[in-house]
Design a protein around this ligand. Structure first.
Ligand code: SIN
Length: 513
């Protein structure tokens, strides 16, 4: 049910998305600028976002010594394989302690020893333990604390179950958005002096993903339609260890932190096959581990491999990973006795809408935060648990800049609202979405080839043609058509940028290179 029916048709700030970045920005702005109205909209519930499902934690080097900071920078650059922006990497990692203080001030309780020392986790690609966490539900703890904070501010209005239909842009200036109210089944406008896109990534473009169903790349597609620049979309990061349940729309994650605590990955013959891929084996960076698994699945014609935790104390597993153990038990898998079936799944979009060091896009008054943005931090492959850090640091940088600015209350008056009839899901819509996901999984997944990329491009083109015919025959509702067009745009840009990338690096691996 929508959280609030209050609707302003002008809000000084409009934030689209309720993950860490959107909420952190809202709280900081609301605290500093009580004169401004702030509207936050979410596509479904407030909790349904990628942050909420984050298990591992937030990478942050809290020691003041230069060596530890330098190591975090070095690990990030190494994972990003030459595609990171070194200045951004240095700035984000150096600013991490301040961000952790903010989260704690807002009520996030990271795991500590009884003497008050942080318990730090380890994940792939990290040369030191530096992941702050709240057991295995860090994202949930963060979102819960931040929602509580946003509700304290009278100048924040929150609207749930709102679909972003279009960004309003005139003369390269963003002035808000057209939204669709899923309950009232109508479109309406929120004019805004500053629009913050924090819509997350596009994992749902793949058949196997750890992302919630809202992560369909709408922000990317609509920002591009409005004229924003998009970069590095071919670098889709696959998480190596999703629980094998092929029929599910969101696969349950088995945190990389489990491997940090000693779990390893084995094949059908019970071999630790990853030793053939990298000296760090299951704790190599995600691109290497996911690729090793995918190659094994393809050469051995297997459906999944296994995560092995049987040597880890059950008491420790229960204490450190309560949510994971509970989920597995529900599925009749006891991790201290049985092997856990796993497959890699689309997890994170390393590219996105190009932003500067203040989260500004090339369109005036349009900002991007979190996974939808390409900041230069992750390069070709994100270092595990650096994304929550990016989300909160860029929310801070964007706040610093915008909170000092003058907010003009004038707005465009000639916006034409599209006629949207309904948002019910027709059978045809469901079938087309499924087809797109299968194309992306089979032809634009972890291991790519020129032939497969070209075939995928043609298949997506055919879907676009089918949609045009369907549209004229009115077999499908306009919102669903918009959604399929957005999915096709995201698929196309991943394929196009993968074709253009002539060298393998990070998340992009083409057998023809
Ligand atoms: C995990 O817990 O493995 C996910 C962490 C991340 O994606 O950074």
């Amino acid at each position: 049910m929508p959280l609030s029916r209050r609707k302003l048709n002008h809000s000084d700030v409009l934030i689209i998305g309720t993950g860490l970045s959107g909420l952190a920005y809202a709280i900081k702005m609301a605290e500093a600028r009580k004169d401004l109205t702030i509207t936050i909209v979410s596509k479904t519930t407030l909790q349904e976002n990628n942050t909420y499902y984050a298990q591992g934690g937030i990478a942050a080097t809290l020691e003041k010594d230069n060596t530890s900071v330098a190591k975090h920078i070095e690990d990030t650059l190494k994972a990003g394989e030459g595609s990171c922006n070194v200045d951004i990497v240095t700035k984000v990692i150096t600013d991490a302690p301040q961000m952790i203080k903010d989260l704690m001030r807002w009520g996030v309780k990271f795991d500590q020893t009884t003497s008050g020392k942080f318990l730090l986790g380890l994940e792939g690609g990290h040369s030191q333990n530096r992941i702050l966490h709240c057991k295995d539900f860090t994202g949930k703890s963060i979102i819960k604390a931040l929602i509580y904070q946003t509700q304290k501010h009278d100048n924040i209005q929150i609207l749930t179950h709102q679909t972003l239909v279009e960004l309003i842009v005139q003369q390269k200036k963003c002035a808000g958005a057209i939204l669709y109210d899923q309950q009232l089944k109508t479109c309406y406008v929120i004019y805004a002096s500053r629009t913050i896109l924090a819509t997350g990534g596009c994992g749902q473009i793949y058949q196997y993903t750890t992302n919630p169903t809202i992560a369909t790349g709408d922000g990317i597609a609509l920002a591009h339609k409005a004229g924003a620049l998009i970069k590095n979309m071919e670098f889709i990061q696959f998480h190596p260890t999703a629980f094998y349940e092929p029929e599910k729309s969101r696969l349950f994650l088995l945190s990389e932190a489990m491997r940090g605590e000693g779990a390893y990955i084995i094949n059908e013959k019970k071999e630790n096959f990853l030793k053939h891929y990298n000296k760090n084996q299951a704790l190599a960076t995600r691109d290497i581990v996911a690729r090793g698994i995918e190659q094994t699945l393809q050469t051995q014609n297997q459906k999944h491999v296994w995560l092995d935790c049987r040597h880890i104390s059950p008491i420790f597993l229960q204490k450190r990973f309560p949510k994971i153990v509970q989920y597995l038990q529900k599925k009749h898998v006891d991790p201290s006795k049985s092997l856990i079936p796993i497959i890699p799944a689309a997890h994170y979009q390393c590219g996105g809408v190009v932003v500067d060091a203040h989260a500004r896009t090339n369109l005036q008054h349009l900002y991007c935060l979190g996974e939808v943005a390409y900041t230069g931090l992750h390069g070709a492959n994100r270092l595990a648990s650096n994304s929550l850090l990016e989300a909160i640091t860029f929310a801070h940088y964007c706040f610093k800049k915008t909170s000092e600015e003058y907010f003009d209350k004038k707005h465009i008056t000639n916006v034409i609202l599209p006629k949207v009839i309904s948002s019910d899901h027709s059978k045809l819509y469901t079938l087309i979405v499924k087809e797109i996901k299968q194309i992306m999984q089979k032809k634009v997944g972890i291991i790519r080839s020129n032939q497969n990329l070209t075939a995928a491009k043609k298949s997506i083109q055919k879907i676009q043609e089918k949609i045009t015919t369907t549209q004229s025959e009115k077999k499908i509702f306009q919102l669903q058509i918009n959604h399929i067009q957005q999915l096709c745009f995201v698929a196309n840009i991943i394929i196009k940028q993968a074709i253009e990338r002539k060298k393998n690096c990070g998340g992009h691996y083409n057998i023809d290179h």
